[in-house]
Design a protein around this ligand. Structure first.
Ligand code: IPE
Ligand code: IPE
Ligand code: MG
Length: 239
């Protein structure tokens, strides 16, 4: 049961749009890459806190299909952080029983990065204590289009009997429950192409805090806010 609110429900799957690294760095007169490096520390803290708070699946938006429009040096810095995160944290995550998945488009990634993704996913595939999903080169529309193509190939072009549940099996998140809670930091109120299909009935919590400052206390606040919501799924208020 959640440490935050023993009477409230804990979200099983939390997804986070980790935003605000650049502004965090700018407010300290430092380059954006400095903010991204601090952002990785907040990632470590979020993974630890999620486990402690009873969350089972954590999905983090770390590079979007639209982030390619940033200066090449920043794109390279973001890619380098993924490599370093894997180099520094994979052994520990594996020892803790964390299953790591990388969601997103594989096309456009280097052979070396594809190999790294393969290593991470195969090494941790038998783990089931916690699932960490990193959305990297991910866009919700791109994922839906890729899923539609996969479905068409698998079903020989006949999609006439395709159900929502069937379609979900062609998404990158096939093995995951839908997120119950989507958090966005940095005070922006938008979804920026994240989990468009899966977030159909998620609760959204928008926080002013910049991602490098996100810590367990902030995570607890988001979960407490989630617990206070009445999820009606199109029905009527319960009780
Ligand atoms: C991190 O924050 C999100 C990523 C794309 C890695 P930003 O880099 O978007 O920081 P802001 O929004 O410019 O402050
Ligand atoms: C969303 O943040 C993408 C990630 C957190 C990886 P952005 O900073 O790219 O989103 P916009 O540009 O504010 O919509
Ligand atoms: Mg941003």
């Amino acid at each position: 049961m959640s440490e935050t609110d023993p009477s409230g429900p804990t979200p099983q799957h939390v997804a986070i749009i980790m935003d605000g690294n650049g502004r965090w760095a700018a407010s300290r007169d430092r380059p954006r890459a400095f903010g991204h490096r601090k952002g990785v520390e907040a990632v470590r803290e979020a993974v630890r806190a999620a486990g402690e708070l009873g969350v089972r699946h954590l999905t983090l938006f770390s590079f979007s299909t639209e982030n390619w429009s940033r200066p090449a040096a920043e794109v390279e810095a973001l890619f380098e952080l993924l490599r370093r995160f894997v180099a520094a944290d994979l052994d520990r995550l594996h020892a803790e029983g964390v299953r790591v998945r990388i969601l997103g488009r594989r096309e456009g990634l280097s052979e070396e990065l594809l190999k790294l993704i393969e290593t991470v996913e195969t090494r941790t595939e038998a783990n089931d204590a916690f699932s960490l999903n990193i959305a990297f080169n991910y866009g919700g529309r791109d994922e839906i289009v890729r899923a539609a193509r996969r479905a068409a190939v698998a079903l020989d072009g006949d999609l006439s009997a395709l159900t929502e549940a069937d379609f979900g099996q062609y998404l990158d998140t096939a093995a995951l429950p839908d997120p119950d809670l989507v958090i966005r930091t940095s005070g922006e109120y938008r979804i920026s192409n994240f989990l468009l299909w899966q977030a159909a009935y998620a609760e959204f919590v928008f926080m002013d805090i910049l991602w490098p400052d996100f810590d367990k206390a902030a995570f607890q606040r988001a979960i407490a806010e989630f617990a206070s919501r009445d999820r009606r799924y199109g029905g009527v208020r319960h009780g």
